[in-house]
Design a protein around this ligand. Structure first.
Ligand SMILES: [Mn+2]
Length: 388
């Protein structure tokens, strides 16, 4: 049995002010082609199908068309879970009749304990969840809630209940969507140390999943972040930010037989690439410089200007390059003296104050009331936002 493992489609995502739908369709068509060429027996989508819990109509139409093409036109079973970006309840609506055509999209913890069975494998679909959802499911009394307050703590309870469903002579696959940390090469022991607030407690130790023959992960967008060959992130099929600009996109083919599970990586060619540029403003507007790039709709550009730009820098650069998704400034470095002074001041201060003081330090001026508001709003949003 062969499955295609993809994740983090984030349908509806925008890059700067630009919609990525065209890119997402481009990647999707390649995924379909790989699935057909490889004659896979199903498609794994490991969460974050949408970019937002309440996806815009254009995104809903796109994802529905994609699922339709894979499942109804090409007859591929689909094994999917919701990720932290998906609205689980909305996405899970209608799952009972979708399952009639083998579109298995599980969005609840309760659904994770009934694996999908094929001749060769049991496929467990464990969606992204927070500790509260697990406490509710297990009816953990209030006075014990503190023992189940991190994702690691609840996962240490969930995984043995999944493993209890294992049937011998089948391979055991898990499709899930978390920040999995460590290499998994160590035995998992739930100690008081891992129980403490220290360390990456937002993550799940890879070793917790060691009983599975393959863990198809979503959440982190770079396949390089995979804990080990048995637990892999397929990554997002489209480049979403400059961190991902250098990385190859693609999906895994998962080969399952009685001896075990192996995988092959299949690259996806980006339609419109994300090109990261850095230079002085004068350099960036020289034809000799910009003519080496295919511009005006052929690529996305993320530009960092060394030093101060110019008035209308954004408009000028957009005219030259076309789709400029972001412009950053690489300002002159502070002197060591200022840095030390600033580091001392920044200790223990609210981030809002640190930003204000930093501004004062480099400009000898105060943030305007409007700028203060923007800083506050941005920091509030950043604190709320989750990674990936
Ligand atoms: Mn994601």
């Amino acid at each position: 049995m062969k499955l295609l493992h993809t994740a983090d489609w984030h349908i509806g995502k925008e890059l700067g002010e630009y919609s990525l739908l065209e890119e997402q369709w481009h990647a999707f068509h390649q995924i379909v082609k790989i699935a057909v060429d490889e004659k896979v027996d199903g498609i794994i989508i490991a969460g974050d199908l949408y970019d937002r819990a309440i996806a815009p109509t254009s995104a809903v139409n796109a994802l529905e068309s994609m699922l339709r093409e894979l499942n109804l036109d090409k007859n591929f079973p689909i094994y999917a879970v919701s990720g932290n970006h998906d609205g689980a309840t909305r996405l899970g609506a209608g799952h009972e009749w979708r399952e009639q055509t083998k579109l298995f999209l599980n969005t609840s913890l309760a659904g994770a304990f009934t694996p999908i069975e094929t001749d060769e494998a049991q496929i467990f679909l464990l969606p992204f969840l927070d500790p509260l959802e697990a406490r509710t499911y297990y009816q953990i009394p209030e006075e014990q809630a503190a023992n189940y307050s991190t994702i690691e703590q609840v996962m240490a309870k969930i995984v043995p209940d999944l493993v209890a469903q294992f049937i011998d002579n089948k391979q055991h696959l898990l499709v899930t969507h978390f920040n999995v940390t460590g290499s998994g090469n160590d035995d998992y022991q739930f100690t008081s140390e891992t129980n403490s607030r220290v360390g990456g407690l937002k993550g799940v130790p890879a070793a917790l999943f060691n009983d599975f023959d393959y863990v198809a992960l979503g959440h982190i967008h770079l396949k390089q972040a995979s804990p080990n060959p048995k637990m892999q992130y397929a990554g997002s099929p489209v480049k979403f930010n400059t961190k991902e600009a250098q990385s190859e996109k693609g999906c895994f083919i998962v080969n399952i037989n009685e001896d075990g599970v192996t995988t092959d990586w299949k690259p996806i060619v980006t339609g419109k690439d994300l090109i990261v540029l850095k230079g002085s403003y004068d350099e960036l507007i020289q034809p000799e410089f910009y003519e080496q790039y295919e511009r005006n709709g052929k690529n996305w550009f993320s530009i960092t200007i060394d030093g101060i730009g110019a008035r209308e820098a954004r408009a000028t650069l957009s005219n030259i390059y076309g789709d400029v998704v972001e412009i950053n400034y690489n300002l002159p470095k502070l002197t060591d003296n200022t840095k030390t002074k600033f580091a001392i001041q920044a200790k223990g201060q609210a981030e809002e104050d640190v930003v204000g003081e930093f501004y004062r330090e480099v400009t000898d001026d105060e943030l305007s009331t409007k700028q203060v508001k923007i800083v506050e709003q941005t920091l509030t949003e950043l604190r709320k936002a989750e990674e990936n």
